[in-house]
Design a protein around this ligand. Structure first.
Ligand code: SF4
Ligand code: MG
Length: 324
């Protein structure tokens, strides 16, 4: 079976006060049915813009190039109307802060029923019943009562469950989750991740999981792409990424992860800062911060070189398929 999502050479630019800012540059990856692909990187690396590009949820000043094939169709070529029939139906999305996606004026149950009525043509009564069923499925106690409540009456963790119930209502083939647990405390975070795993297991949903949290990646993902300054710098299956990271940025990122044992080691931060969008370095974008930078790094943009069958690395050290 072909992958459910195939992103090829995606480039997202914004026209802003007379200049063009490139936020996502030549991003390619795919996600198979039932698979979870993680996109990791620090804030501002382009991971959220990548997901919003896939959903076509960016403003009019955004321009998208390349292709985003969902179930074989390039969604970048669809009309807004055609896109609306996919969004919230075959592709669903959950965000860090559910309050931004929930309508404060409508009861929870009605909001969950809304996409069911719109996309699947359910009646009001059928929608209401299905909403209660979905609330139970995401582990919400007293589902009938909660369905009649408003978003502000629920805790953050409960609201995120509601978001997941809403996202899963139409049994999407792809769920895009952008920092779904970042605002939650650790216990609730673990419950939400378990819930996403359950949905993946029971419905075969593919998940594109965007996070800066490597703990969440280790827990959830099969494969990972690491983004830096708008580009993918490394792609690997999750075991490889943690056991044998190759890109100097990935190595720095993993080194800055607090140890799970909770030891006293100091966090090892990567010196320097992510380059500004309008002043990207000419060659490798990580060169100004890279401890291994060579002359070529400052002049030519490295490709994503294959390191092994399951790992690629955008770094001149790997140009011959192995470390120079
Ligand atoms: Fe470092 Fe050069 Fe590799 Fe960039 S291409 S990560 S500067 S070694
Ligand atoms: Mg973000």
């Amino acid at each position: 079976m072909p992958p459910i999502l195939e992103v090829e050479h995606l480039r997202t630019t914004f026209a802003q006060s007379g200049r063009t800012l490139t936020v996502v540059e030549d991003v390619s990856f795919s996600v198979e049915a039932g698979e979870t692909l993680g996109i990791v990187g620090e804030s501002g690396c382009g991971k959220s813009v990548t997901s919003l590009s896939i959903m076509r949820l960016l403003g009019k000043n955004a321009k998208l190039d390349g292709s985003v094939r969902f179930a074989g169709t390039d969604v970048l070529r669809l009309s807004e109307k055609e896109m609306q029939s996919i969004r919230g139906n075959r592709i669903a999305m959950i965000f860090q802060e559910p309050m931004t996606a929930l309508n404060p004026l409508h009861p929870i149950g009605r909001q969950i029923a809304e996409p069911l009525r719109r996309h699947l043509g359910l009646s009001r009564r059928e929608g209401a019943m299905r909403a209660v069923h979905l609330l139970k499925e995401v582990g919400i106690p007293r589902a009938e009562e909660i369905a009649a409540e408003y978003p502000h009456q629920l805790s953050g963790g409960m609201r995120q469950r509601v978001m997941i119930a809403m996202a899963m209502a139409c049994q999407p083939q792809l769920l895009i989750a952008d920092e779904p647990t970042t605002a939650l405390d650790v216990t609730i975070q673990a419950q939400i991740l378990e819930l996403m795993k359950k949905l993946r297991r029971e419905h075969g949903t593919a998940i594109l999981l965007i996070t800066h949290d490597l703990g969440v990646v280790a827990e959830m993902c099969h494969r990972v792409v690491v983004m830096y300054a708008g580009q993918i710098v490394e792609e690997a299956d999750v075991r490889r990424l943690f056991a044998d990271p190759r890109h100097p940025y990935t190595i720095g990122l993993l080194a800055s992860m607090p140890s799970i044992s909770g030891g006293q080691e100091r966090l090892q931060a990567i010196p320097g800062a992510v380059p500004q969008l309008h002043e990207m370095p000419a060659g490798c974008r990580f060169a100004p911060r890279c401890p291994k930078a060579m002359a070529i790094c400052r002049e030519q943009v490295p490709e994503l070189f294959p390191v092994s069958a399951t790992q690629k690395c955008r770094c001149w050290l790997y140009r011959e398929g192995g470390e120079a």
